[in-house]
Write a new protein. Structure first.
Length: 431
């Protein structure tokens, strides 16, 4: 092939496909439909709990839209990081939705299903052989950490997708996958340059996020040739500019010039971004660096059960004494529940709720603050009981200058105490 066009219908399966964008994108006769379905952005809970983080109705609508287009044109569909977290239950969930759609509409596709969840016994053997190293953290992976993990997935590269396509798969549904690999695999199978294919995949992975103006999920087209590729939004109200596309090349990156991938990295030091038309950008010059083949492992472990209460603070006297007030609440709660088996946390929005201890601005500049009271404990009943006590103490405890006998906080919701499920911690290593 002299060129190949790939349509990314949206940035995340379940986030919404604008009908006009899909219609215009299909007019360009794409060779492949490819979509990412997962992310670590929502945190580790969804991988650990084995549940999706997108709404099932929205997820079904979007997947049905994609399958309708694929069935009419007989072009392949690739889905990566199925169900959000990309573990076994997320893959099962996605396949269930997929089969429901196919049965209801009479679709028949040759389908490849690729798992990404890692067997713990196998992983322990790799640890023993010294094949697992920490990634951006200074903690070594141990057998005990593996055992307490609820789920561990490996972020696959292009190879499983290539194998599925070689076997004649028309629909590929994969567990946790490198986002760029989902889009890059068809281009690599067609013989296009690995660096250009991966770079195009990196830009297409979030759909229309590389186009201006940004307002929610949208589509993006990528057309790869021998020496370059071009990206363009099918939505006629949007444009790709050199700035928008180059910015997305830097998205979620710790190194502006190098993006590590399974088996190597793309080097952007010689990449060239050109405004190819008023709405399209051409990219060339990206190079590939071969390296030892590694896979990123993502694991989660349960840390307890969480209960929350949301409240507002508007008394200037309390705001001025906030740290002493919160310390007083902790002390009063500890008199009933010694702080050995739980964590009582306060998140103060309007002061340092976003950055916590890293917040450089220490002065409170607002007349009101938002307070999130959080308790994490080993069981849900303990978490709820301690949260109830902390909320009551925070509502009534005194502070210097207060004339009333209660009413420190304003609660926006009734009930005020919200059970927030099972929090998890995450670990990332490379294999």
């Amino acid at each position: 092939m002299d060129q190949m066009t790939i349509l990314a219908p949206e940035g995340m399966l379940g986030y919404g496909i604008p009908a006009r964008s899909m219609e215009e994108g299909l007019k360009r006769q794409p060779d492949v439909l490819a979509v990412d379905a997962g992310s670590t952005d929502p945190g580790p809970y969804y991988l650990g709990a084995g549940v999706p983080f997108t709404n099932r109705r929205a997820f079904t609508r979007d997947l049905a839209t994609i399958l309708e287009a694929a069935n009419a044109r007989r072009i392949p569909v690739l889905v990566g990081s199925a169900g959000g977290g990309g573990g076994r239950p997320h893959l099962v969930y996605t396949v269930d939705v997929y089969r429901e759609i196919c049965r209801a509409r009479g679709y028949r596709f040759r389908t490849a299903i690729i798992g990404a969840e890692v067997d713990k016994a196998w992983l322990k053997r790799q640890v023993a052989r010294g094949r697992v190293v920490p990634l951006d953290i200074g903690v070594e992976l141990t057998d005990a950490e593996i055992d307490r993990s609820a789920r561990i997935v490996a972020q696959m590269g292009v190879e499983p997708f290539l194998r599925a396509l070689e076997l004649g798969a028309e629909v590929v549904i994969a567990g946790r996958a490198c986002d760029a690999a989902v889009m890059a695999a068809p281009a690599m199978r067609a013989g296009f340059d690995i660096a250009l294919a991966y770079h195009m995949g990196k830009i297409l992975e979030c759909g229309g996020a590389a186009a201006y103006p940004r307002h929610g999920s949208d589509s993006l087209l990528g057309t790869i040739e021998r020496e370059a590729f071009v990206v363009e939004p099918p939505n006629p109200d949007k444009i790709c500019s050199v700035a928008s596309v180059a910015a997305h090349s830097l998205y979620e990156r710790s190194d502006p010039y190098r993006l590590a991938l399974p088996g190597g990295a793309i080097d952007l030091r010689h990449s060239r971004f050109e405004q190819w038309s008023p709405r399209a950008v051409r990219i060339s010059g990206t190079r590939w660096e071969t390296a030892a083949y590694t896979l990123k492992l993502e694991g989660v472990a349960r840390v307890g059960f969480r209960t929350l209460a949301l409240a507002g603070v508007r008394d200037p006297l309390l705001i001025a004494e906030l740290d002493a007030y919160l310390d007083n609440v902790r002390t009063r709660v500890a008199e009933t529940y010694p702080p050995d088996d739980y964590r009582l946390l306060f998140h103060v929005y309007g002061r340092d709720g976003v950055m916590g201890a890293l917040e450089p601005v220490r002065e409170v500049r607002s007349h009101e603050l938002g307070l999130v009271i959080e308790v994490i404990a080993d069981d849900p009943d303990t978490s709820a009981a301690i949260l109830a006590l902390a909320r009551s103490v925070a509502l009534h405890v005194t502070y210097p200058g207060r004339k009333a006998i209660a009413g420190n906080l304003a609660f926006p919701f009734s009930p005020s105490d919200l059970k927030a499920g099972t929090p998890t911690s995450s670990t990332c290593t490379t294999l």
